[in-house]
Design a protein around this ligand. Structure first.
Ligand code: LLP
Length: 422
């Protein structure tokens, strides 16, 4: 939330004015802070350090949250591994200089092609989500003459108390192996010649603000690990997923990593297994914002609309989850002061669901720049070309420098892969 700081010439990210970024790269534009990304990673790693767990932990950044290769490369340089969910993400990680042997592969529907690519790259572990997947993976591994390193992703049936679309740990979810079936599946896996049982995995949901559900899930997972050890199946690592929430609004604080992780980490004290974590949002969410310009002000009888140049295709979270993102005026050399009014901040896309914020009290003029905060996670990664809108540019700020880390798409690129009938 505190990524952008007000200076005399408007909001800044690190040493750069947002107005300058807009002038140079145009809008809409995603802006990230190298310092904020680094600090978020450090908060996770330092917490593990305090609990004496850093040496045997691997922080696997969940690529899906933001897959720009500059961000992946930054985390790779900090020592991170990666949690991937597709062959596409694997290719990105490798292109960004990530180490294959620090990659865990999650997801309910891995294709055989993806399995093969990951086996050939030599990833750390497959997080297997069903009995069928285990069988398919075993076949593919056999066909390329390898043993696939495997964790079962177990579904602990714990209520993560988050938005239903991003809650994954209830037994009604499509994710993971039902808790009651996991023990038997482990025994079957241990007998398969092309499977090497390595660990256990669990991820119960995203944007979790209460540490209790994750700690409860850890308890269940540890009990299963011990039950397996009793029959001779010794797991090398325990993967407790991601999910730590971030602060989106001033009146809804999120616990610091040290606070959120403490109850879970307390349970891991004195154990011998290595640990894996899969944080996504908490490493990038508050390290990014979406910069947009007010195109049109449209006062109405019931509501006043501010139509901006970013839309649901650029940032889908409000439309999809009714998510709330703080929206601040950049205040770069603008004349408008006046009394703030309540605005619907909307995009140009032809849907009433295309909004970025409801009922925002702002004093606006056409041409003003706005910063949509906490947009570093699941922002650009979920952007589309709906309405044939090129996706935004992405810029990384590093001190007083700005680096273009993704060029704005061009319209011609949007249909370059298409062809008309002969
Ligand atoms: N591991 C697995 C297996 C996951 O499915 C996810 C996220 C993560 C790790 C990372 O979770 P995080 O630390 O980011 O909470 N698009 C939604 C969020 C979807 C999360 C999907 N899985 C949003 O914009 O809120």
């Amino acid at each position: 939330m505190s990524l952008a700081v007000m200076h005399q010439d408007g909001l800044h990210v690190e040493g750069v004015a947002l107005g300058e970024i807009a002038a140079r790269f145009g809008t809409p534009c995603y802006v990230y802070s190298r310092a904020a990304l680094t600090a978020a990673y450090a908060a996770y790693r330092d917490t593990l350090q305090v609990h004496g767990l850093a040496d045997r932990s691997l922080i696997c950044y969940a690529v899906k949250a933001n897959s720009n290769i500059a961000i992946l490369n930054l985390f790779a340089r900090l020592g991170a591994g990666f949690d991937i969910v597709s062959g596409g993400e694997l290719a990105r990680v490798l292109a960004a200089g990530g180490a294959a042997d620090k990659v865990v592969f999650s997801g309910v529907g891995k294709s055989r092609t993806e399995m093969r690519a990951a086996l050939e790259a030599g990833i750390h572990c497959f997080n297997v989500e069903s009995a069928s997947e285990l069988g398919q993976l075993s076949e593919v591994a056999g066909s390329v003459g390898r043993r696939a390193p495997v964790s079962l992703r177990v579904n602990p049936d714990v209520d993560a108390k988050t938005h239903p679309y991003i809650s994954t740990g209830l037994k009604t979810a499509k994710f993971g192996v039902a808790f009651g079936e996991a023990f038997d599946l482990y025994r079957r896996a241990a007998a398969l010649p092309h499977i090497a049982v390595k660990g256990i995995d669990c991820h119960i949901g995203s944007q979790l603000l209460d540490p209790a559900p994750a700690a409860e899930a850890a308890d269940k997972v540890l009990a299963l690990v011990d039950r397996l050890a009793a029959v001779g199946i010794h797991l090398e690592h325990i993967d407790l997923g991601g999910g730590m929430g971030i602060q989106y609004r001033a009146d809804e604080p999120a616990p610091a990593a040290s606070v959120y992780l403490a109850p879970m980490l307390a349970k891991l004290k004195g154990r011998r297994e290595k640990l894996v974590f899969e944080p996504g949002r908490s490493l990038v969410g508050n390290a990014g914002l979406l910069l947009t310009r007010v195109e049109v002000l449209k006062p109405g009888e019931e509501k006043h609309f501010a139509v901006v140049d970013a839309a649901m295709n650029d940032l889908m979270r409000p439309a999809l989850y009714d998510a709330w993102h703080d929206i601040q005026k950049v205040g770069a050399g603008e004349t408008a002061t006046g009394t703030p009014m309540s605005y619907e901040i909307v995009g140009p896309v032809c849907e009433s669901g295309d909004f970025l914020g409801h009922d925002r009290k702002l004093a606006l003029s056409e041409g003003d720049l706005l910063a949509i905060l906490s947009a570093g996670a699941y922002g650009m990664a979920m952007a589309s070309n709906y309405n044939s809108r090129p996706r935004p540019a992405e810029v990384m700020i590093d001190g007083a420098e700005m680096h273009l880390i993704r060029r704005r798409e061009e319209v011609a690129q949007l249909f370059a892969l298409e062809s008309v009938l002969p």
